[in-house]
Design a protein around this ligand. Sequence first.
Ligand code: ACO
Length: 405
Amino acid sequence: VIDIRTLYGKTGAFTFDPGFMSTAACKSSITYIDGDKGELMYRGYPIEQLAVNCDYLETCYLLKHGELPSKAQYDDFTKTVREHTMVHEQLTRLYQGFRRDAHPMAILVGMVGSLSAYYQDSLDISNPEHRTIAAMRLIAKMPTITAMAYKYTIGEPFMYPRNDLDYSSNFLHMMFATPCEKYEPNPVLARALDRILILHADHEQNASTSTVRLSGSSGANPFACIAAGIACLWGPAHGGANEACLVMLDDIMKQGGVEKIGEFIAQVKDKNSSVKLMGFGHRVYKNYDPRAKLMRETCHEVLNELGLQDDPMFKLAMALEKIALEDEYFVSRKLYPNVDFYSGIVQKAMGIPVSLFTGIFAMARTIGWIAQWNEMIGDPEQKIGRPRQLYTGAPRRDVKPMAFR
Ligand code: ACO
């Protein structure tokens, strides 16, 4: 039951809608979700078709410009991205200020926020050229900044981007190559990463996107807005769920694996426990998350490629999914696996550390945030975001001097 009350105050009527369960804060033509049917479309194209026929940069172009690119438009877009993959050399030294054991998301929030200090020639949001260059810089530099956060935490030298590689292969290179060994990214893994990026590229007005829009509504620059989005994404109920999901699977494995599923599910169902089946449930999808289906397929491909078909964690995930899809608790609450249920297994198999999962989500979602931010800036109806509140504090009272308190 949604608690929406219409309130009449001195300033007129407004609705009380905690969690924005029923409030549309904007008009948008970017992404459409039908949560009951389990459908997701970017600019009218079903995610299933985009995942099979397009690469991530094509998807970025689509989200940003509204149409799929022609070959010439794609080549031009890709060329611009490649021109911006490096970061300002001074920025590489900023990493040294972080503790080596810092969470990569903490580093990402700081590094992306700092871009507004390095790229001051793209901060004027009233200038379309500045907006375009800021967007291209963000798309191009996010993989570099994310891979550098990883390299920093493991004490390896930063790897410069390789512009002869596609977007995802270049990211794998920056993550796993070292200056002393030859490294060629595995095309199956690069394609799997590309699919993760496509599936996470946008998801209409989720918490982090709404954060980006709210930050941008005050006129803040795009680097600052995306940094705000990254901070919001970090939470375990949002982008942090893939990390939390893998931690959960790992815990069940340590306790005995598939045999312990019954006990774990009983804990989840216990009203007095706060344990949740991570990677299950979604605010909007009340059906199977279409991205989870595609991710499950990719999971098979990656595990086959790496000879990990019998990976016990994947088997555990499949067994959990089967039980949850049949169990009355989950069925009655329409709790289905979401994309994060399988993306963590794929990333782990690829050698990506758990702590970087949300960083890769941020890298993927950057284009969605940019497209939504751009749409908001161009919307003549847009106002500064300013939610109202239901005040529950003390009524008017007078301050007593400290001696009388
Ligand atoms: N495990 C067990 N029970 C759950 C779960 C879960 N994962 N999710 C919801 N429920 C239960 C709630 O306890 C509640 O039960 P009740 O009616 O008996 O009180 C009921 O289902 C409804 O749940 P809400 O919390 O009201 O659903 P809401 O839409 O607010 O939350 C959310 C959605 C935050 C995603 C939630 O399902 C959750 O925490 N899931 C686990 C975390 C997760 O996987 N997040 C990823 C989201 S996808 C993404 O960000 C890419």
